[in-house]
Design a protein around this ligand. Structure first.
Ligand code: ZN
Length: 66
């Protein structure tokens, strides 16, 4: 009884360039757009590990012996 509506795909747009997407490259319209988005994610991932923690360490301890 349940009928799948495949035509709903035509309503969605490419996440990258807003063109009508192809089912093969969902949610993008082409392999190019999917790769562009992937590289975006990778770039943001690279920024995450960079955290400044060294500043807080050893600052309160100092080298003086109490
Ligand atoms: Zn696109």
């Amino acid at each position: 009884m349940a009928s799948t509506k495949q035509q709903e795909n035509s309503k969605k747009r490419c996440l990258n360039c807003a063109k009508p997407l192809l089912p093969e490259f969902r949610p993008f319209c082409s392999p190019r757009c999917s790769q562009l988005d992937l590289s975006k994610w990778l770039n943001e991932d690279y920024r995450l590990p960079v955290v400044e923690v060294d500043d807080l360490d050893e600052e309160e301890f100092g080298d003086e012996e109490y």
